[in-house]
Design a protein around this ligand. Structure first.
Ligand SMILES: *[C@@H]1O[C@H](CO)[C@@H](O)[C@H](O)[C@H]1NC(C)=O
Ligand SMILES: *[C@@H]1O[C@H](CO)[C@@H](O)[C@H](O)[C@H]1NC(C)=O
Ligand SMILES: *[C@@H]1O[C@H](CO)[C@@H](O)[C@H](O)[C@H]1NC(C)=O
Ligand SMILES: *[C@@H]1O[C@H](CO)[C@@H](O)[C@H](O)[C@H]1NC(C)=O
Ligand SMILES: *[C@@H]1O[C@H](CO)[C@@H](O)[C@H](O)[C@H]1NC(C)=O
Ligand SMILES: *[C@@H]1O[C@H](CO)[C@@H](O)[C@H](O)[C@H]1NC(C)=O
Ligand SMILES: *[C@@H]1O[C@H](CO)[C@@H](O)[C@H](O)[C@H]1NC(C)=O
Ligand SMILES: *[C@@H]1O[C@H](CO)[C@@H](O)[C@H](O)[C@H]1NC(C)=O
Length: 840
């Protein structure tokens, strides 16, 4: 090593601990095998194993040989210049302070010495009783040095690593071994997304799998060595894996990622991974026009081998939040649709997250990862990114006993001997440990999961487990207390037949909805928050807080909630006929179209529920996610507004809006809210206007399959409405069944709702009134359209409206809280409200 190198090492030794190695493993064993010297590699001290046979590492390898490379290449690290060779079975045993998930790395290099050519080795390796390398011959790799890395759970205080030569004349060897504790929650048991032709479902118990690293990629970045990585990993650039290089453009951020509780950590991947990415390359004119994916191909073991694909994301490309929406595909299957990093990171740009996917390789021997724009992307902001990717093989671990049974009996005896030996050592260690502990002062008790509230919590993109433990930004359940509504997890399991798949009645970004029956025979809908959920803790709490205070005929009521076992479960009254949308279009079970009268009654009911939300409380509540899937119908087709997860309290008296990050559903989103990120109850009015057109035209709010001009229902319908030719695009079923006056009133109301500026939109009270009017027109015997020719706000309407109020049609029921003050709401009041709002 020359002086310059030494200087660099010296400087690194000083600075590295502060900059990178903030993580200190509880257990950390680094062995330089077949050697009696210590060696430093990437600032880590590997201890010569010749004299470690005491203390906490034990070698039982009587017939092993220490081998030294006599002619090492000039710059080969000392670690690779010696090896321990096993001609018979031999083992290392490590005493562990703490069980849990571990990294186990083996270093191999090849040389000839003392009649051994290490390239001829053929051996198996057991780690903690699990056969992780079977008839292994490391020369398969083309590099001069091979590192095999495993991540696995150790549930014992002793880890034994056994080397077994494959044949009597064969031998095994190893140059270096690392055994160190992984950070807590490095692999979590829930939230991984299992991707196959049948869709995406949760993959459980990932931490019980033995994972072997196959690829570790710093997408859009440079090679990272163990110097640059918190867990001494090596990351390589992605360019060799890109299928079509022109599709991707590397981006580099100078901004250090904002790690948040609940997101990824520096140990999950280092800063450098999150500070670089590939994004869609829109520079090249020839590919600019089309939508496309960025695709990488990774060689893996073929056919039916399961792999963990861990993808890392950090939005370093968007100028602000909520602009980036993209889809992730693995092996051409949709693996994660409409990834919205802003919501996964709780609205922090440049905040890292990761998502775990599990896939089975097919016979192509390739795992293909693609990212491409989502249909939710605005046409101005089509993009997709990836910052890092790790592919780890799920090692199909052979049972120790069956492995041994197939081998000589002698081996079994030796193994049993070593295990018994291990147990004795273990018992001794435990005894010593207990004695030492007993002497120590008692530590203050850790707070339990119960008392902390939401720990451990899953809410991030499938996998970044929330590491919120104490002092969380969110309230504990105690402080928003509604203990009367608490339901035991066991009761929910019972009600849903332990979340029986056949009882699933819906699913979404937040998780699954099950139908269930509680013990008192109450039919309920059970919404179980899933990781990967866009509905995180704040939404969960917001829904409980809001719903527990509300009882209204046109709002779905909350029966209870459950927070045991880090679950987020909401239990609602069961609404028999499900979402309005399913009764309009797109549902196969659609029996018969709803009549115009029914549709009007449904709209009126929903408007009434919303009006109550907006006005029934001192601050008013803004729903924020009005759409046809959030309006449910009970057995009598009574509309009930559901899903208050995004709701916010309205502005206080002296404010005119709530400033907030944009949430809601595309196609329904108030453009003004989107532009100014200011929320008012008029945003709900806009969304409701879209629903009205949906009811009339029976098509989705956004249908990307249609021509550009037709994609967005609001635009499309307004265009026809302005031409006065809306009847061209209404539900063919309604043609001839809907009175012209009723249609006119209805469509004018919808049009007003979609006014560009919130101040120009009617209040929900006005909308309600106009819809009732439209129903009355449909019901009345004569056509009276002349009288109603003018739109809302005209004095003439005031006149006619009072006529309507004097003769309310019998079919309009006035109920709930609206009932009580309906008589007070004269039309003039309604309009004076509108006027005061406008004046503000
Ligand atoms: C190697 O390191 C170990 C542990 O730090 C120490 O006990 C031992 O003396 C060292 N050996 C040499 C030759 O420096
Ligand atoms: C080792 O040295 C050789 C020649 O001196 C050089 O070609 C090679 O790149 C070096 N390898 C490393 C890993 O530095
Ligand atoms: C290792 O030994 C096994 C059993 O004898 C044999 O099947 C396998 O082909 C050998 N592997 C190599 C790479 O020589
Ligand atoms: C693992 O560690 C935990 C906590 O130290 C302990 O309760 C548990 O018994 C250990 N498991 C085994 C198998 O040793
Ligand atoms: C996951 O692990 C737990 C604890 O070992 C076990 O009870 C459960 O059955 C496992 N679930 C699956 C799906 O393997
Ligand atoms: C990685 O570490 C090396 C050695 O310390 C340093 O020269 C290099 O700049 C680092 N690279 C990154 C991307 O941090
Ligand atoms: C643009 O893409 C085409 C392939 O579609 C490629 O042939 C061409 O070299 C690219 N041009 C630039 C400037 O990257
Ligand atoms: C991206 O790839 C997926 C899977 O192969 C494919 O279904 C999708 O159409 C592609 N998207 C674009 C825009 O090419």
């Amino acid at each position: 090593m020359d002086t310059q190198n030494l200087t660099i090492h010296f400087i690194l030794l000083i600075f590295i601990p502060f900059s990178f190695s903030s993580f200190i493993p509880v257990d950390n064993y680094l062995l330089n095998c077949g050697s009696n010297t210590n060696v430093t590699l990437f600032n880590r001290l590997f201890i010569g194993d010749d004299f470690t046979n005491k203390g906490s590492i034990l070698i039982s390898a009587d017939q092993s040989i220490s081998l030294t490379n006599q002619n090492p290449p000039p710059n080969l690290s000392t670690l690779y210049q010696t090896a321990r060779v096993f001609t018979k079975m031999g083992s290392y045993r490590f005493l562990l302070k703490q069980n849990g998930t571990f990294f186990v790395r083996f270093h191999f290099s090849f040389f000839k010495a003392q009649g051994f050519d290490l390239k001829d080795a053929n051996f198996s390796v057991l780690v903690g009783g699990k056969l992780i390398l079977n008839s292994f011959n490391p020369k398969a790799g083309t590099n001069d040095e091979v590192i095999k890395e495993f991540v696995l759970k150790v549930e014992s205080n002793l880890l034994e690593i056994v080397f077994i030569p494959v044949s009597d004349s064969g031998f095994g060897f190893v140059n270096g071994i690392e055994v160190f504790s992984a950070p807590e929650d490095f692999v979590v048991d829930y939230g991984a997304r299992f991707v196959d032709p049948f869709g995406v479902r949760e993959y459980k118990n990932l931490s019980y799998d033995v994972l072997e690293t196959v690829h570790r990629i710093n997408v859009g970045g440079v090679k990272l060595t163990p110097f640059n990585d918190t867990l001494w990993r090596t990351w390589i650039p992605d360019s060799d894996f890109l299928v079509f290089k022109e599709a991707a453009k590397a981006v580099v951020s100078t901004h250090t990622p904002d790690y948040q509780k609940g997101g990824a950590t520096r140990e999950i991947a280092p800063d450098s991974v999150y500070m670089t990415a590939q994004e869609m390359n829109r520079d090249n004119q020839s590919i600019l026009a089309s939508q496309f994916n960025i695709t990488w191909n990774f060689q893996v073991a073929s056919v039916g081998v399961r792999h963990l694909v861990r993808l890392h994301f950090c939005d370093i490309v968007s100028p602000s939040l909520n602009l980036l929406y993209f889809d992730v595909y693995i092996n051409s299957y949709s693996a994660y649709k409409d990834v919205d990093l802003s919501s996964l990171t709780f609205h922090m740009l440049t905040s890292p997250v990761y998502v775990d996917f599990v896939v089975d390789s097919d016979d192509s021997g390739v795992i293909q990862i693609s990212v491409g724009p989502s249909s939710l992307s605005s046409s101005m902001r089509i993009n997709a990114i990836l910052n890092g990717a790790e592919i780890m093989k799920v090692v199909s671990v052979m049972d120790l006993s069956s492995h041994v049974a197939s081998r000589k009996k002698r081996l079994l005896e030796v193994l049993v001997g070593s295990i018994v030996g291990g147990i004795i050592v273990l018992l001794l260690v435990i005894a010593v440990f207990l004695v030492c502990r007993g002497r120590r002062k008692k530590k203050p008790k850790l707070r339990t999961v119960e008392s902390v509230g939401w720990t451990p919590l899953r809410m991030f993109g499938g996998s970044s487990l929330s590491r919120m433990s104490e002092g969380t930004a969110y309230q504990s359940p105690g402080s928003y207390g509604h203990f009367g509504l608490k339901i035991a997890f066991a009761d929910i399991q019972l009600a849903t037949n332990n979340f029986d798949e056949s009882l699933v009645i819906g699913s979404g970004g937040f998780g699954m909805v099950y139908k269930g029956v509680l013990r008192d025979n109450l039919k309920v809908a059970v919404k179980r928050g899933m990781p990967g959920s866009r509905q995180g803790l704040p939404e969960f709490q917001s829904e409980i807080t809001i719903l527990s205070n509300i009882r209204h005929r046109h709002l779905v009521s909350l029966v209870g909630f459950c927070e045991e076992n880090s679950e987020m479960i909401l239990v609602y009254e069961y609404v028999e006929r499900g979402p309005l949308k399913d009764h309009l279009y797109g549902s196969e079970g659609l029996v018969q179209p709803l009549s115009w009268k029914k549709r009007l009654e449904i709209c009126i009911g929903a408007a009434r529920g919303l009006h109550y939300l907006h006005t029934g409380f001192t601050q008013g509540i803004i729903h924020r996610d009005i759409k046809s899937t959030n309006i449910l119908l009970d057995e009598n087709y009574i509309a009930k507004v559901a899903d208050f997860g995004l709701s916010r309290s309205g502005p206080c008296i002296d404010e005119t809006h709530v400033s907030t990050n944009v949430k809601g559903s595309f196609g329904y989103l108030d453009p003004e809210y989107f532009r100014r990120q200011q929320l008012t109850d008029k945003s709900d009015v806009y969304s409701f206007g879209v629903v009205l057109f949906e009811v009339l035209c029976v098509r989705p709010a956004v249908d990307p399959q249609l021509d550009r001009e037709q994609v967005n229902l609001a635009e499309w319908a307004l265009k026809w409405q302005k031409k006065g030719m809306l009847e061209h695009i209404i539900d063919p079923y309604l043609v001839g069944k809907i009175k012209e006056s009723s249609l006119k009133k209805f469509s004018e109301t919808a049009e007003k709702c979609l006014a560009e500026y919130g101040v120009d939109r009617p209040s929900m009270g006005d909308v309600l009134w106009n819809l009732e009017h439209s129903l009355q027109l449909q019901e009345s015997d004569q056509e009276v359209n002349v009288t109603y020719a003018n739109s809302i706000g005209d004095s003439e309407v005031n006149v006619t409206s009072s006529i309507v109020l004097r003769n309310p049609p019998s079919n309009i029921r006035l109920e709930g809280d609206y009932d009580n003050n309906y008589s007070d709401v004269s039309t003039t009041k309604v309009f004076s409200q509108l006027i005061t709002r406008e004046a503000r």
